[in-house]
Ligand binder design. Sequence first.
Ligand SMILES: [Zn+2]
Ligand SMILES: [Zn+2]
Length: 135
Amino acid sequence: MVNVTGGCHCGNIRYEIAGEPIVHALCHCTDCRRHAGAPMVGWTMYPQDSLTVTKGTPKLYTSSEHGRRQFCADCGTGLFYINENILPGIVDIQSATYDDPDAVPPVAHIQTAERLHWMEHAHELPSFERYPPQT
Ligand SMILES: [Zn+2]
Ligand SMILES: [Zn+2]
C-alpha cells in the first residue's frame, strides 16, 4: 500500500492518494502538451475513490468533448484528468505534483503518435548539472 501526498505549486490545493497506481505513463498527446505547456506529462492512474482533495477546490476545464482537466486556479498547476467516456471511475493524477515525484516511476510512454519528433532523442542531449559553462 503506497500512500502519496501532493499538491499544486502555491499550496492552495492539496491531495492524498491511498493504494497502488494502476499504471504510471508519460503522455505525449497534443492536449496534454498544450494544457501543461510542457513537452510531455506524467500521469498515474487510480480508481477515483483513491483520491481525496484535502485542501482547496481545483478548477474544472473541459479540454475535449469528454475530457475534464482540473488545475489550481491560483497558480495554474495541472492536477487531475477524468474522462468518464473512455475511463469511467478512473482519475489520472499529474505525477510531477507528488511531494515525492520519484516515489512511483513511470512504466511506459503513451500517445507517441503525437510526440514531438525531438523528444524521441531528448535523453541524448548534452546534460549539465546546473547550466552550461559561460564562454
Ligand atoms: Zn496553486
Ligand atoms: Zn495526454
